[in-house]
Every structure is written in structure tokens, then in C-alpha cells.
Design a protein around this ligand. Structure first.
Ligand code: EPS
Length: 394
């Protein structure tokens, strides 16, 4: 059933991150720069650690693209880790010579909140590095690369995806009634990707304070996708409902603990008259000519797009590597200890927004190819146009 699909591989300090993305129709214009632009956005944001100064993420398109266009075959993407040069000894796939201590930087004091403890026990490892290297949010680089290709496909159908930080470290930003049309252009100008200048400064101060305290901060991001055609997803089966599919994709982002659609939890507190969006006419052709006076549903009804903007809010917990570490138990001695602290970020909430955009793009592109199919972009467009014409016939 799934049309667009992808898989990633790669450890945080391994040689590279790789991804294979299947199901993208032939004839989509695609440049490495389309991907690199998103990779750069993911690296930015106030509160990131020293790693982002080492890396300069850029993609190599290994397969599936020729002369600036997709050819319908699986797209293989590679993003090298520059830091690999500093970690070769620790991460090399070859067995160690007898008596060598190459595998330094061993991790035996699991961090509460990270995959360390459960991963070591579950996978029968003695070094939590075997777990944390893959659990690291570095993996999201590969997701953002795949998401960038999907964004390029969605753009062909007028779909734009943006995000902005609405809360960080407990500081809430006022959200304007109307978002800027070029949401990312405006949000990316703020070091914390927040639309409000005063709140941005307060968030920056909170990050500085957390850093001084050896602490970390979480937050909330709003993701908005506009230009969507009515009817992506389906009401007929649980696994085809778009809200469920988005929830799964967003909750799979490291450190994400919650996702709301439209009013989200607030809808549970209001009477129906203050929740449902009244239907009017005079809307866009892609919405069948219908329009909503409000968009409290966040662009989804019964697991299908309504044609109104898709609005998601995503909650991220603070990163679990604390420079003033929490209590743990040493895996070797089983005695009380302080958790391992190694280089990390104070917050990655601004970057999480970019990652949530990418996951949203993957789900939406999947739903688009599922509905409009086609081996080529030309065929997909013909199917799309035929559908839009039909939903506009009285
Ligand atoms: C990340 C790279 C990592 C961390 C962060 C995300 O680099 P390093 O571990 O070498 O400093 O900055 O990873 C985590 C937050 C985590 O918990 O592992 C990246 O590229 O996004």
C-alpha cells in the first residue's frame, strides 16, 4: 500500500549516513542543492553543541537521479560524517588486534532518558556505545535528506511545509493569527526559529542559563503544510488514516513525546460548536471549491485532508545527555554512579522542527503517490488534475 518508502543506516560517529528512498516518480527535477538546503537548516539553531561546527552536511546522490531528474528507480543518498576522522579507532568495523585498547570511549554509565540501559541489555552488549551511536539524533540527517526529495515532489503540486518554535524551556511565544506566507523564511531568521523577537531573546537567555547549569531544554514546534489537495489518506481502514500515519512518523523522531493535530487536547475541553469547522463555498479548486471559516481540525477530518492547512504541534523532551549528570548504576560494578556525559546539545528544538517538516513531507508524499500513483510525474499530474476536475463538478 505504501508508495514512498525509505530506510536509513549509519551511526553518529560512523563513516556516513545512508538512505534509500523508493517510490519517487520519474521526471522530478532534483538537485543535490535541494537536499543540502534542508541539511543546513537542520544543523542550525541556538543551543547546538560543538559537533555542528565540525560537520558541513552535504549529500551525494548515488543512484536514482540522472541529469538533474529522477528516473523512477530507488534514490540512494549518502551524507558523510566529517567527525569520522576523529572516531576511526573507536568505530572501525575491523576487529581489534589482541591487547589493543582501541575501543576507548566505552560507555558503561547509562544516561537516564537515552537508549543506553535498555539497549545494552536487550542487544547483549557490554558497551552502551553500540546502542547510543544509532540512537543518536544524528540519524535524522538521513531522514531530512529523504524528506527534502519529498518536499521537491510536493512543491510540484503547490504544497509548502514550514515550522516555527512556539515554546522552548517553558517560554511560550505568542502565535500570530495569520502566519507569514513564507513561514520558514521568517522563522529561519531567528536563532531559535521563533516568530516573536521578544520570546526569541528570552529563549536564548534560557538556553544560556541551562548551559551554565549543565542542563538541557525541551520545547514545542508547530508544523504547517499548506496547498494540500482534499482527500489524502482515508477513513476506510485504521492504517490508512493520515492522522495516525503522521502521529507514527512524528513520534518516531528522537526525544519527541507528543503530537497534537489542530486544537489537539484543547478539543477535548470544548463543546462541539466550538470545535468543528463550519463549511462554506468559494474555496480553492483543490478543496473541491469548499472552505472552512475556522481550521480547528488542523486540516484533517476522519483521517483525510480537507484542503485546509495541516497543523501539527510537536513536543520534544530535553536532551538526555546532561553536563551535570543524573544518578545511574554502573553496568560493570552495578554500583551507584553519575551518568556518562559526552559532548551534546543544550537544546535541539529548532532542529527538531526541520526534522518534523521532513517526516511530514515523507508521509504527505507517500499519501500523494498512493492516491495519484503513476510511474512518472507527468502521469501523476494527469491523475491529480483529473481528480481535482471531478471534485469540482456539481
Ligand atoms: C547530532 C549529533 C550529535 C549530537 C546530537 C545530534 O553529535 P555528537 O554526539 O557527536 O556531539 O549533537 O545527538 C544527540 C542529541 C544524542 O542524544 O545523541 C546531530 O547531528 O543532530
Amino acid at each position: 500500500m505504501t508508495a514512498i518508502r525509505f530506510t536509513t543506516a549509519g551511526e553518529s560517529h560512523g563513516k556516513a549516513l545512508v538512505a534509500i528512498l523508493g517510490g519517487v516518480p520519474a521526471g522530478l527535477p532534483l538537485l543535490a542543492e535541494d537536499v543540502d538546503r534542508e541539511l543546513r537548516r537542520r544543523m542550525a539553531g541556538y543551543g547546538r553543541g560543538a559537533r555542528m561546527k565540525i560537520e558541513a552536511d552535504a549529500v551525494e546522490l548515488l543512484a536514482g537521479v540522472r541529469a538533474g531528474e529522477t528516473i523512477g528507480s530507488p534514490i540512494a543518498l549518502l551524507v558523510p560524517n566529517r567527525d569520522w576522522e576523529n572516531w576511526r579507532d573507536v568505530m572501525a568495523p575491523e576487529p581489534d588486534p589482541p591487547g589493543s585498547d582501541k575501543r576507548r570511549r566505552r560507555v558503561t554509565r547509562p544516561r537516564p532518558g537515552h537508549a543506553d540501559l535498555v539497549g545494552v541489555l536487550k542487544y547483549a552488549r557490554e558497551d552502551a556505545r553500540d546502542v547510543l551511536e544509532r540512537a543518536s539524533a544524528r540519524e535524522t540527517t538521513a531522514r531530512v535528506a529523504c524528506g527534502a526529495v519529498c518536499r521537491r515532489l510536493l512543491a510540484e503540486f503547490g504544497v509548502e511545509i514550514g515550522s516555527h518554535v512556539v515554546e522552548l524551556g517553558g517560554i511560550r511565544a505568542p502565535v500570530p493569527d495569520t502566519l507569514p506566507a513564507t513561514l520558514n523564511e521568517v522563522a529561519d531568521r531567528s536563532a531559535v526559529r521563533c516568530l516573536d523577537a521578544t520570546a526569541s531573546q528570552r529563549m536564548i537567555d534560557a538556553i544560556d542559563q541551562a548551559k551554565a547549569d549543565g542542563n538541557t531544554l525541551g520545547g514545542v514546534v508547530e508544523v504547517v503544510a499548506s496547498g494540500l489537495v482534499l482527500g489524502l489518506g482515508s477513513h476506510v481502514s485504521w492504517d490508512r488514516k493520515l492522522d495516525g500515519r503522521l502521529g507514527q512518523a512524528i513520534l518516531s523522531i528522537p526525544a519527541v513525546k507528543g503530537v497534537e493535530i489542530g486544537l489537539g487536547f484543547e478539543a477535548a475541553r470544548r463543546p462541539g460548536s466550538d470545535v468543528h469547522d463550519e463549511i462554506g463555498s468559494g474555496g480553492a479548486a483543490r478543496a473541491g471549491g469548499f472552505v472552512r471559516r475556522t481550521n480547528r481540525a488542523g486540516g484533517l477530518e476522519a483521517g483525510m485532508t480537507t484542503g485546509e492547512p495541516l497543523v501539527l504541534r510537536v513536543a520534544m523532551k530535553p536532551i538526555s545527555t546532561l553536563m551535570r549528570p543524573l544518578g545511574t548504576v554502573d553496568l560493570e560494578t552495578r554500583e551507584a554512579a553519575k551518568a556518562q556525559s559526552e559532548r551534546s546539545d543544550v537544546t535541539a528544538v529548532p532542529a527538531m522542527g526541520v526534522i518534523a517538516e521532513a517526516m511530514t513531507a515523507l508521509v504527505l508524499a507517500n499519501a500523494m503517490t498512493e492516491k495519484f500513483g503513476g510511474d512518472s510525474l507527468v502521469e501523476m499530474r494527469a491523475n491529480y488534475d483529473g481528480y481535482v476536475a471531478r471534485i469540482n463538478r456539481p
